[in-house]
Design a protein around this ligand. Structure first.
Ligand code: UT7
Length: 349
C-alpha cells in the first residue's frame, strides 16, 4: 500500500525579536510572569509591511522544496494551514501558487488553528495514499502580530503568540516502514467560543445563550464588522486560558497514546515527540503523563512563542537540523487548540 513521507522540511521566522521586556512597553506584564506561566522568553514579529502569512510560508516552502530535491513546477497540490490569513478570502494557498509561479494546481486552505498543521498533513497523506498526487506542499504559517491586542486588556492572549512559518514536501515513501504511519484527528465544538476570534463573522449573535454575552449592542449583534465592534475590542482573539489548558493536558497525551496503540507501540518507542508549542507547562505535563525523558521531547517555545499552525513544522525542522531526529527514528507530532480540535501523527523518519 502507498504511504507518504516527509521528503523535505523548512522554516522561516522574521528577523525582529520581541523580548518579554519589550512587551512591557505596551502592557502591564513582566518577564517573570510570562516565563513562569508559559516558558516563553521571546518571539518574532513580522515586518508591518512586506511580510505576510503567505510570504513567510513561501520562504519556508522554498527551503522544504530544495531539501526535497523538487521544484515549484513539480508540486502538484498545496495545503496551507493558518488562522491569520492575508485575506479573509481567498486563502493563502493560491497566493503561494502565484508567488512560486506554480502550475494551475489545486490549493486548499485548512482552518484548524493549532491543529492546522496535523490536519493539513493528514489531508495530504490521504492524497498520496490514494495515488492522486506525488508532490504535495504542506505549509503552516501565522502572522499573529497583526491581530493581537497589545494593551493590558489583551495580555493573557498577546504575550503567548509569535509569527513564523514551517513547510514540508510530502512524497510517496519507497521504504516499507518509512514515512507517515498514521494520523488521528478529533474535535469537540462544545467549547468553540473558549478560544476564538468572533469577528468579522456571520454569527449575528446566534450563539448569545452560550458565550458571546458581550454582543448586547445591536450594532455589534447583526453586523459582520462594525465601528462598535472595534470600539469594544471585539476584533481581537478571546481565550479562556485555564479552560484550554485543562483540556489540552488531557487530550494531548490521549491522542499520542491513540497513535501508539494503532501501531502496536508504547511511549518508550518514541524517539522524538514534537508537541504543539502552546505553553511549555503543557508540553512538560504531556511529557510527564507519557513518562518520556527530556531527550524524547523537543520544545522551542522559549524562542518563538506559540506560532499556532507553524509551531509543529518549525519545531520539527529545528529538531532535525540539530541532529536530534535521524533516519529510522519514530517521531510523534501532537497538537491541541481552538475548536477544540486536536490530533497526532506518527512518522518513521
Ligand atoms: O495554542 C492554542 C492553545 N492555547 C493554549 O493552550 C493556552 C492554554 N492556556 C495557557 O497557556 C494559560 O492559561 C495562560 C498562559 C494563557 C494564562 O496563564 P494562567 O496561569 O492560566 O493565568 P490566568 O489566565 O488564570 O490569570 C492569572 C492572573 C490573572 O490575574 P488575577 O485575576 O489573578 O489578579 C490575570 O489577570 O494573571 C493575570 N495575567 C497576567 N499578568 C501579567 C494574565 N495575563 C497576564 C500577563 N502578565 N501577560
Amino acid at each position: 500500500m502507498l504511504h507518504s513521507k516527509i521528503a523535505g522540511i523548512g522554516m522561516y521566522v522574521p528577523e525582529q525579536v520581541i523580548s518579554n521586556q519589550d512587551l512591557t512597553k505596551y502592557m502591564d506584564t513582566s518577564d517573570s510572569w510570562i516565563q513562569e506561566r508559559t516558558g516563553i522568553k521571546e518571539r518574532r514579529f513580522a515586518k508591518r509591511t512586506g511580510e505576510t502569512t503567505a510570504s513567510m510560508g513561501v520562504e519556508a516552502a522554498k527551503v522544504a522544496m530544495k531539501r526535497a530535491g523538487t521544484t515549484a513546477q513539480e508540486i502538484d497540490f498545496i495545503v496551507f494551514a493558518t488562522l491569520s490569513p492575508d485575506y479573509y478570502f481567498p486563502g493563502c494557498g493560491v497566493l503561494v501558487q502565484r508567488a512560486l509561479k506554480m502550475k494551475e494546481i489545486g490549493a486548499l486552505d485548512v482552518r484548524n488553528q493549532c491543529s492546522g498543521f496535523i490536519y493539513a498533513l493528514s489531508v495530504a497523506d490521504q492524497f498520496i495514499k490514494s495515488g492522486m498526487y506525488k508532490n504535495i506542499l504542506v505549509i503552516g504559517s501565522e502572522k499573529h502580530s497583526f491581530g493581537l491586542d497589545l494593551s493590558t486588556r489583551g495580555r493573557n492572549v498577546s504575550v503567548i503568540f509569535g509569527d513564523g512559518a514551517g513547510a514540508v514536501v510530502l512524497q510517496p515513501a519507497t521504504g516499507e516502514k518509512q514515512g507517515i504511519l498514521s494520523t488521528h484527528l478529533h474535535s469537540d465544538g462544545e467549547s468553540a467560543e473558549m478560544l476564538a476570534m468572533y469577528n468579522p463573522g456571520t454569527h449575528a449573535n446566534f450563539w448569545t445563550d452560550r458565550k458571546l454575552a458581550d454582543f448586547e449592542d445591536a450594532e455589534m449583534a447583526d453586523m459582520f464588522m462594525s465601528h462598535a465592534m472595534i470600539d469594544h475590542a471585539q476584533n481581537f482573539p478571546f481565550m479562556d486560558g485555564p479552560t484550554v489548558f485543562k483540556k489540552a493536558v488531557v487530550k494531548m497525551p490521549e491522542v499520542v497514546m491513540e497513535a501508539l496503540a494503532a501501531n502496536q507501540l508504547v511511549p518508550a518507542d518514541i524517539d522524538m515527540l514534537i508537541p504543539h508549542q502552546a505553553n511549555l507547562r503543557i508540553s512538560q505535563f504531556v511529557q510527564q503523563q507519557l513518562g518520556l525523558r527530556d531527550d524524547q521531547v523537543y520544545n522551542n517555545i522559549q524562542q518563538y512563542g506559540n506560532t499556532t499552525a507553524a509551531s509543529i513544522p518549525i519545531a520539527l525542522n529545528e529538531a532535525w537540523e540539530k541532529g536530534k531526529i535521524k533516519a529510522g527514528d519514530l517521531v510523534c507530532l501532537a497538537s491541541f487548540g481552538s475548536g477544540f480540535t486536536w490530533g497526532s501523527a506518527l512518522l518513521r523518519w
